[in-house]
Design a protein around this ligand. Structure first.
Ligand SMILES: [Ca+2]
Length: 279
């Protein structure tokens, strides 16, 4: 009897030690920021979704709407900030827009090329985990967070200013040529990351604030060519994909399914990125 109790106890203790060494992933919870830049990640449970222009008011490059499935991954909770990028490249300057700073520590880093973003992920990967840009499918899956609407908060553009830093009514007065949302978000240029409500996965600024580089080569026809599982377009093409829209974009550019191509050597004032952690 004593031996049996002892064996059971040893088994229980061993199980606890093993569990502590390999804690179970809790989806939706923020993973520890144990990397050289202090970047936080949110564990995202993989799954399948309808990728593309689910509402029917998008561009031809968002069609055909098709099922895509992604494996589990962890997504940056916020866009990479100036402060976090400068740990890698201290001399980087995100610059200004008409005298307004884009270079504050908590603003998203901008004026970075796709190549800069990839180099940053490689640098960060020296600190224990493996980081890379999200694939376009991972990005849209994370941005939608289960939503099939145009925006992760629904189809009402007037709700935008609770959830995203966009071209708003104040911007419209100052820059009449911008297409804007009819609400006020309080920021003319990039806002400190995390200033607005997150989506259902607990991710901030997936729409608006800064556009975000993703891994894929841009192809207007990519959606007719890709496999269903973990798609990523790596075919020929001059551009890489940017997603999410930025602080100078209106209702068409900020949608979850909107996609555009930019030269990988080019940066612009509202284009940054966030990373995924894969292991
Ligand atoms: Ca704004």
């Amino acid at each position: 009897m004593f031996l049996r109790v002892l064996v059971v106890n040893v088994f229980l203790v061993l199980s606890m030690v093993l569990l502590a060494a390999h804690p179970a992933v809790v989806f939706g919870e923020t993973a520890s920021a144990d990397n050289a830049a202090g970047i936080e990640f949110v564990a995202v449970k993989g799954g399948c979704f309808q990728m593309g222009d689910s509402v029917g008011d998008g561009d031809p490059n968002e069609r055909p709407v098709h099922e895509a499935c992604v494996s589990d991954f962890s997504m940056g909770k916020y866009e990479v900030t100036n402060e976090q990028f400068k740990k890698f490249r201290p001399g980087h300057k995100s610059g200004t827009f008409e005298g307004m700073s884009l270079d504050e520590p908590k603003q998203p880093v901008v004026n970075v090329s796709w190549e800069d973003a990839v180099e940053y992920a490689k640098w960060l990967s020296k600190s224990g985990h493996t980081y890379r840009l999200p694939t376009e499918a991972e990005w849209e899956y994370a941005a939608r967070a289960g939503s099939t609407a145009a925006y992760f908060w629904g189809n009402d553009p007037a709700e935008a200013c609770k959830y995203a830093n966009v071209a708003d009514a104040t911007a419209q007065k100052k820059y009449p040529k911008w297409r804007s949302f009819n609400c006020d978000d309080g920021h003319l240029v990039a806002a400190p990351v995390g200033s607005f409500k997150p989506n259902a996965f607990g991710l901030y600024d997936m729409l608006g604030n800064a556009w975000e580089w993703v891994e894929d080569v841009y192809s207007a026809e990519a959606y007719s060519k890709l496999p269903k599982n973990n798609p990523v377009y790596g075919g020929s093409g001059e551009y890489r994909v940017e997603r999410g829209g930025g602080w100078s974009n209106g209702p068409l550019g900020v949608r979850s399914s909107h996609r555009a191509g930019v030269s990988p050597t080019f940066g612009h004032r509202s284009l940054g990125f966030r990373l995924v952690m894969v292991k």
